[in-house]
Design a protein around this ligand. Structure first.
Ligand code: CMP
Length: 136
């Protein structure tokens, strides 16, 4: 049975800065994800604050928004059966030190902040996050 989903992925500033964009896209493609939309942008801090609004009460919120708006990022819509969960698995744990072998954050992540990629954590959030970047 088909369970085709779309999820939002962001290649974060630490990875773009280290020229990892193509390598990371290859990882997604090799795992069966289709990149159906993509763009490279640089966010204003106020946009990062809107994007990460769910985290606004967290102590790391300001640093997180500073960081996401600190340099170019690549935002992508990834599509495959079970895309949301499969992308979460492929990214690995938020903290690269805790990420499993073979995951993107284990291989490329530098720290819990500079953890290379973001991915939607649920199908509902995927829709909201895709709209945030690609609705207009
Ligand atoms: P991301 O999946 O983009 O979602 C929120 C981000 O907050 C997360 O990745 C981390 O990079 C960042 N972050 C910083 N500190 C923490 C923390 N203590 N717990 C969870 N996320 C954190």
């Amino acid at each position: 049975m088909s369970n085709l989903e779309q999820t939002l992925s962001i290649i974060k500033p630490d990875a773009v800065e280290r020229n990892l964009e193509d390598k990371i896209k290859t990882v997604f493609k090799n795992e069966g994800f289709k990149i159906v939309k993509e763009k490279k942008i640089k966010l204003e801090k106020k946009d990062a604050e809107k994007f990460y609004k769910v985290h606004e009460t967290k102590p790391f919120y300001n640093d997180l928004c500073e960081y996401l708006s600190s340099g170019p990022i690549v935002v992508m819509v990834l599509e495959k059966n079970g895309a949301v969960l499969d992308n979460r698995k492929l990214m690995g744990a938020t903290d690269p030190k805790k990420a499993e072998d073979g995951t993107i954050r284990k291989e490329f992540g530098l720290s819990i902040d500079k953890n290379t990629v973001h991915g939607s954590d649920s199908l509902d959030n995927a829709k909201v996050e895709i709209d945030f970047f690609f609705a207009h």
